[in-house]
Design a protein around this ligand. Structure first.
Ligand SMILES: Nc1nc2c(ncn2[C@@H]2O[C@H](COP(=O)(O)OP(=O)(O)OP(=O)(O)O)[C@@H](O)[C@H]2O)c(=O)[nH]1
Ligand SMILES: [K+]
Ligand SMILES: [Mg+2]
Length: 351
């Protein structure tokens, strides 16, 4: 490993020494290609085989911070690092050769009052989930996220999207689908029967595929929202752009030119399922700058109160709630009341 790194350093030094002009263009190009090959070996092992790294299968160690975590996954050089730097301001090296990024670089950004952690990851190649060096580490880290952005280069073949999806699938990640509403019970004889719980929840039968049934039996599946970020649209014609714009879950952007990042963040927000709840001290205006961010799964007043302070529930009497969850403005609510996005809450303590 150290040898490969030393070889890379040597070539990089040579590139730095070489003047850029027409005569040296070809030579520089060869050097770049050499670096890409060496870096590929560093990540994927010689010839793209498993490097047998002890880290394979474990994620990169980056501590979670913020209200939600988003991972950037894609082939090499699609522009993941450029996007991280554009979104979060955290510098992550970007360059025209593949495998520039060798580890996980976290950055954070603030959006609608929420702190979003964005993880830049090394590029993955086909076979990543089967243990090709750091590919497993990349996907393990992606599994720790609340959402994945699959970054694509709009000038590259559309088959890349399928390949990335397959890698995630092989690692138990299920994209943009609900977990099947089915549970199974083991029979004494060892056979399996399954019982549908949708009958109670939806009053109708949900047909599940064999694949989904296997997922239920295997367990350990992660159901994650995914957006396809079509980068480098500055290379496209208007006609090509119009086609992409029609595709569901696609957001065309240019990270280099900072094009369409507003739409990207709007789409991210819509899938993160976070809500903003504003606190309102008695006799004062609500604090719209620092909302308490709750996750949509169980946004009760009790969770809201605990987020403000662990011991606050001890003195909690009731809350006044303004907003769409309130039947009238304000509504007096207990701790089990379920809050909506942009509700305003004033806590009243026991005397
Ligand atoms: N034309 C164009 N080029 C871009 C855009 N975004 C990034 N690039 C270029 O694409 C190349 C790769 O960018 P990186 O950000 O290093 O890509 P990466 O996906 O992080 O690459 P690895 O870390 O090697 O996997 C660089 O030369 C960038 O300047 C874009 O929106 N348009
Ligand atoms: K790159
Ligand atoms: Mg990178």
């Amino acid at each position: 490993m150290a040898d490969i790194q030393a070889a890379i350093d040597k070539i990089e030094a040579e590139m730095a020494r070489t003047q850029k002009n027409k005569a040296t263009n070809y030579h520089l190009g060869t050097l770049k290609a050499k670096i890409a090959k060496l870096k590929s070996e560093l990540i994927n092992g010689p010839g793209g085989k498993s490097a047998g790294s002890k880290d394979a299968g474990r994620g990169f160690e980056v501590s979670k911070s913020g209200d939600t975590r988003i991972g950037l996954v894609g082939f090499p050089s699609v522009g993941k690092s450029t996007l991280l730097t554009t979104l979060t301001g955290t510098a992550s090296e970007a360059a025209a050769y593949e495998f520039t990024t060798l580890t996980c670089i976290p950055g954070t950004m603030k959006y609608k009052g929420a702190r979003i952690q964005v993880l830049d990851l090394p590029g993955i190649i086909e076979g990543a989930a089967d243990g090709k060096g750091r590919g497993r580490q990349v996907i393990s880290t992606a599994r720790t996220c609340n959402m994945i952005l699959i970054v694509l280069d709009s000038a590259k073949p559309v088959t890349h999207k399928k390949l990335i999806e397959q890698e995630l699938f092989n690692f138990g990640i299920r994209i943009n689908q609900e977990p099947p509403h089915v549970k199974y019970v083991m029979k004494d004889a060892g056979g399996i029967s399954y019982q549908e719980i949708t009958l109670q929840t939806k009053g109708m039968r949900e047909d599940i595929t064999v694949d989904q049934f296997i997922d239920v039996i295997e367990g350990n599946r992660k159901y994650m929202p995914v957006l396809y970020v079509m980068n480098k649209i500055d290379q496209l014609t208007i006609e090509e752009l119009e086609i992409i714009d029609e595709l569901p879950n696609y957001v065309p952007i240019s990270s280099q030119h900072k094009w369409n990042l507003d739409e990207l963040m709007e789409e991210v927000w819509g899938r993160c399922e976070m809500l903003r709840v504003y606190t309102k001290p008695r006799g004062q205006a609500p604090d719209y700058d620092e909302p308490v961010i709750l996750h949509a799964t169980n946004p009760t007043i009790e969770i809201f109160v605990n987020r403000i302070h662990r011991s606050l529930m001890d003195s909690f009497d009731f809350a006044w709630v303004w907003g769409s969850s309130a039947k009238h403005q304000p509504q007096r609510c207990g701790k089990t009341h379920v809050l909506h996005d942009e509700d305003i809450v004033q806590i009243v303590k026991k005397n």
